[in-house]
Ligand binder design. Structure first.
Ligand SMILES: [Zn+2]
Length: 198
């Protein structure tokens, strides 16, 4: 026997979430309908609202409800530095670390040719325009140290250097409080390669 069509549609819709297969989608749908109808209604409202209100910031492309987000319009930020990150979550991590007071550009992804994500999908043209606005003195690349994150950083650095911009990359290193014997050999090797004079 097939599930009623609205239930079937709910299960199908839940499968748009990353990592959710048919079984978990079914479990979620049953949970929402049987155990948490008010939670389900709230989820529905929140989704509709977010879809209607959330847009990309004109300057950094992060999610915002304004044309220009709060961070980009803050007078307390250093307008000479631009930090490039992959996701809004990475931006939050940078902010929580409280080590950076400049501006951001959020790629909303990373170069991944196999998934069809190229320079155009990441709005690299906007990044170039933003970095070459005359105020930015240095672009700090804070993409991840994955194969794709490294390739993305390399691509951006070539592109921006060709425009005469100063480009830097966050350093890899040992975790704070970390002991050498507990660190993977790749991280340790990189820490030696990127050593600095003291
Ligand atoms: Zn912004």
């Amino acid at each position: 026997m097939n599930a009623p069509s609205s239930l079937q549609e709910l299960i199908e819709a839940l499968r748009c979430l990353p990592g959710v297969g048919p079984k978990s989608a079914q479990r979620m749908a049953y949970h929402l309908l049987q155990r948490d109808q008010s939670g389900a209604a709230r989820l529905g409202r929140a989704l509709t609202n977010a879809l209607a209100l959330i847009r990309h910031c004109d300057r950094c492309t992060n999610f915002t409800e304004q044309p220009v987000c709060e961070l980009c319009s803050s007078p307390r930020r250093d307008n000479a530095m631009l930090c490039v990150v992959e996701t809004p979550g990475d931006l939050l991590m940078m902010e929580q670390a409280q080590c950076y007071r400049g501006q951001y550009f959020v790629l909303m992804g990373r170069l991944s040719p196999l998934d069809g994500i190229g320079p155009r999908e990441l709005h690299m043209d906007r990044l170039v325009r933003r970095a070459a606005d005359g105020e930015i003195k240095e672009v700090l690349l804070a993409t991840n140290f994955t194969v794709e994150g490294e390739a993305t950083a390399h691509y951006i650095s070539e592109m921006l250097r060709a425009k005469g911009l100063k480009v830097s990359r966050i350093a890899r290193g040992l975790p704070v409080g970390g002991e050498l014997e507990h660190v993977d050999s790749g991280t340790l090797a990189q820490a030696v390669i990127e050593r600095r004079e003291i």
